[in-house]
Design a protein around this ligand. Structure first.
Ligand code: GLN
Ligand code: ZN
Length: 772
């Protein structure tokens, strides 16, 4: 049966920094006062306009417009909705208020930042309380839409708005405020906005509501009708001339939300067919007549070319469901905004020259647009036609890739032979603890690993990369820095020393560079937050550790300290995985295990070199957490096991430390104990004693190092403050369980404040120790 299925192409957002990070550099100049606001705006408009042109040129018909941002799209909506916390309202200029919320200003703390769902992008958390008085401030947004309409035409420029339910689900509240209490205040503003857009002749609005797929979905369900209406009632966003298109991504939509959609007057729904099982939802409930489905089939978060063998069956199944009704429309599109991937593989000349099999299967934003177009071209009359020919190039690229990068038998076999016993230390904590850290006093003092990275050190690494100095000369200078770091720590009287990580650029990149199976792009930047961009390494083959990674520097450091132990310093498997672009052809668990085995060998090598304390950092353990509650346990199981696989090889006398930061770990509490580290040095300084209480609540008996001061600020913490902190910790934990350390690594700090702060920390520990 052939049926008429209307097919077109769309996008949900695009990278924002510019192909050469033009916006990043402009922002940083603006903050330094080197360019004016007009100059900044001009660069931003140029980048945004070029993004639009690229999308048109590559055949995109419905171009999502409006999520471009100077800093963060959630922060944009805080400004549009007039939801700035009171401490910022004395700043009368929009731009000043905006950047003050993002970055703080003269003693006014910035908004909190946290992860955008399970991606590595961070948004500015709206702070809502009884004083929040939303008021419309849509001028900038409306101007952007007008600009887009005149550049792209009214049909191609599709305004993207952040849906009220997601905005509210992402916010934090005081005790007297909630989603339910804030929603009635926001809805009139959204109504106003839709009216303004309707007046511009906008035919369709893309409303992003990713919170409808996560753990919040059930909380939001009761509000759907007041916001979007149903088959009989109009909602606040309903307008007779504007088609509403609800965009979801990163997971499968909840059944109940889908059922509501099917009977509502919402014109279109976007689903992610690369994450979560949306196909089952479609197959279970069918797709309603007269509506359009946004088929998010090109992965907006991965860097890989489409794999025809994966997407063909999904497309066929979608078409099968769609063709059951006579009046169907599909938009082929990326699964999410493309802001999570770099601009274009064309910039990767190194890959082209030296890793062409990998280059052949990479796809960044521009290439993903081509894939969207390609897929839309092969759907005719509700059928997949000619797909073999269309996908020939992709299939050939994948075949070459697998030929050049075959599975490594030794790695695969080792992963498969991991047993329960490999995950277990020789004895339990109570038995092994008396054999560990024997030279340390009670309340031992230590740091999290890195010491200030000066311009000289960064220059040194650059010179090595450029081949301007020999490896030998480089190592000599690194060793001099290690000697200095050890000398400082010794003089300060710290008990457990670190080498200070001068040889590391970044805690993930450093290890990835030492392992076989990782590739590094030249220009593969993605926005992490604000102007900060990262270039995640790409896992492209089975992972192996050809040589020791950290043993040389450990030995050098320990050589400078006769009496005090130097702590070995590794990044954990889950963090390396979560901050890389993973492969899609094997599971994340398998990749974590491969990494774990590499780290396990490093732990053994460090031990052999005489290291008795080894820290394995897992700041990103929480970050890989799935959005659906039902999937959390499975993730935590393998994440915990990967950590244990890395460390359980250690003898009883070796103290395994870990460090976690960047977020609250309360919802993965028991797992934090199950990783079986002897010491957990966890970020805490900005909270009270909640972290310790959370640890206590699970009966945590191991050692704990809750950070005693915030390393994010150059302010030197007074000794008395640290004493007060330690005393408050001691009300909850016995002294023998407590380790004294800062919140995180010191690499972003300068030496003077570092020395002053650590001096106070050590003196505070001494004083508290003597009062025990
Ligand atoms: N050991 C690392 C450091 O001190 C830990 C960094 C982190 O937790 N982000 O820099
Ligand atoms: Zn940290």
């Amino acid at each position: 049966m052939t049926i008429a299925v209307e097919i077109d192409t769309g996008t949900l957002g695009f990278p924002r920094m510019g192909p050469n990070r033009e916006l990043k550099f402009a922002l940083e100049k603006y903050w330094r006062g080197a360019i004016t606001q007009e100059q900044l705006n001009k660069i931003a408009v140029d980048v945004e306009t070029q993004n639009w042109h690229t999308q048109v040129e590559r055949g995109i018909q419905r171009i999502g417009v409006g999520m471009f941002s100077l800093y963060d799209h959630v922060l944009d909506w805080t400004l549009y909705l007039g939801c700035e916390p009171q401490r910022f309202t004395k700043l009368t200029s929009d731009v000043d208020r905006y950047f003050a919320m993002a970055r703080g200003l003269d003693g006014i703390p910035a908004l909190d930042m946290t992860k955008w769902f399970d991606s590595n992008y961070h948004y500015e958390v709206p702070e809502l309380n009884v004083h929040t008085t939303p008021k419309a401030n849509f001028k900038n947004f409306i101007d952007t839409i007008k600009r887009a309409q005149s550049t792209l035409g009214k049909n191609k420029a599709v305004p993207v708005i952040l849906g009220p339910l997601t905005y509210l689900a992402l916010a934090k509240y005081d005790d007297n405020t909630s989603i339910a209490s804030m929603l009635p205040k926001l809805l009139p503003l959204y109504t106003l906005l839709i009216n303004q857009l309707a007046a511009l002749g906008v035919p369709e609005v893309q409303v992003h509501e990713p919170s409808l797929v996560g753990a919040h979905a059930s909380k939001l369900l009761p509000h759907l009708v007041s916001v979007y209406g149903d088959n009989t009632t109009a909602g606040a966003l309903t307008h007779p001339n504007v088609n509403l298109h609800i965009a979801t991504y990163f997971e499968a939509i909840d059944d109940d939300v889908y059922k509501w959609f099917a009977t509502s007057k919402i014109a279109a729904l976007s689903l992610d067919f690369t994450r979560g099982d949306n196909l089952s939802v479609l197959q279970k409930f069918g797709f309603p007549s007269g509506k359009r489905l946004g088929v998010g089939i090109v992965d907006g978060r991965g860097v890989w070319k489409i794999a025809p063998s994966t997407i063909t069956p999904i497309l066929s199944s979608i078409l099968e469901v769609i063709s059951r009704n006579p009046n169907a429309a599909l938009t082929i599109q990326p699964s999410s905004s493309l802001q999570h991937v770099p601009y274009t593989t064309k910039a990767e000349v190194d890959f082209q020259a030296n890793l062409s099999s990998l280059y052949g299967v990479l796809s960044f934003a521009y290439e993903k647009l081509d894939e969207v177009k390609l897929i839309s071209n092969i759907i005719k009359d509700g059928q997949l036609t000619n797909s073999t020919t269309a996908f020939q190039a992709a299939n050939a690229a994948w075949a070459t890739y697998y030929k050049e990068n075959p599975a490594k038998q030794a790695v695969q076999t080792r992963v498969k032979s991991v047993t329960e016993a490999d995950l277990k230390r020789p004895s339990d904590f109570a038995t092994r603890r008396p054999h560990q850290m024997k030279s340390c006093p009670i309340l031992p003092t230590t740091t999290i690993g890195s010491f200030p990275q000066t311009a000289q050190i960064r220059g040194l690494r650059r010179q090595l990369k450029l081949g301007k100095i020999t490896q030998q000369a480089y190592e000599a200078q690194i060793d001099a820095q290690i000697a200095y770091n050890i000398g400082v720590q010794d003089a300060l009287g710290l008990d457990i020393l670190v080498h200070g990580e001068p040889e590391r650029t970044d805690m993930v990149e450093f290890f990835a560079e030492k392992l076989n199976g990782f590739a590094f792009s030249q220009n593969g930047w993605v926005q992490s937050y604000g102007s900060r961009c990262v270039r995640p390494p790409v896992i492209y083959a089975d992972l192996e550790r050809p040589l020791d990674m950290t043993v040389r520097e450990f030995k050098v450091a320990q050589g400078f300290s006769a009496y005090k132990p130097v702590k070995g310093m590794l990044t954990g498997p889950v963090t390396i995985l979560n901050w890389s672009f993973p492969r899609l052809d094997i599971t994340r668990k398998e990749q974590a295990y491969q990494l774990a085995l590499c780290l396990r060998d490093e732990v053994a090598a460090l031990e052999k070199a005489g290291c008795t304390i080894i820290q394995v950092d897992e700041p990103a353990l929480r970050e890989g957490m799935p959005l659906k509650l039902s999937k959390k346990d499975a993730y935590l199981r393998w994440a915990v096991d990967a950590f244990r696989l890395s460390t359980a090889v250690a003898a009883n006398a070796t103290s395994i430390h870990t460090h976690m930061c960047y977020c609250e770990f309360n919802d993965c509490m028991p797992s934090i104990d199950e990783i079986d580290a002897d010491v957990n040095s966890i970020e805490n300084a900005r909270s009270g004693d909640e972290t310790i209480r959370a640890f206590k609540s699970i009966g945590y008996k191991k050692d704990l190092g809750p950070g005693v001061y915030d390393i994010h600020s150059p302010v030197v913490p007074p000794k008395d403050e640290i004493i007060a902190k330690l005393e408050s910790f001691l009300k909850l934990l016995p002294a023998k369980q407590l380790v004294v350390n800062p919140d995180c690594g010191l690499k972003t700090r300068r030496w003077p404040e570092t020395i002053a702060a650590l001096k106070n920390m050590v003196e505070a520990a001494h004083q508290v120790r003597s009062s025990l």
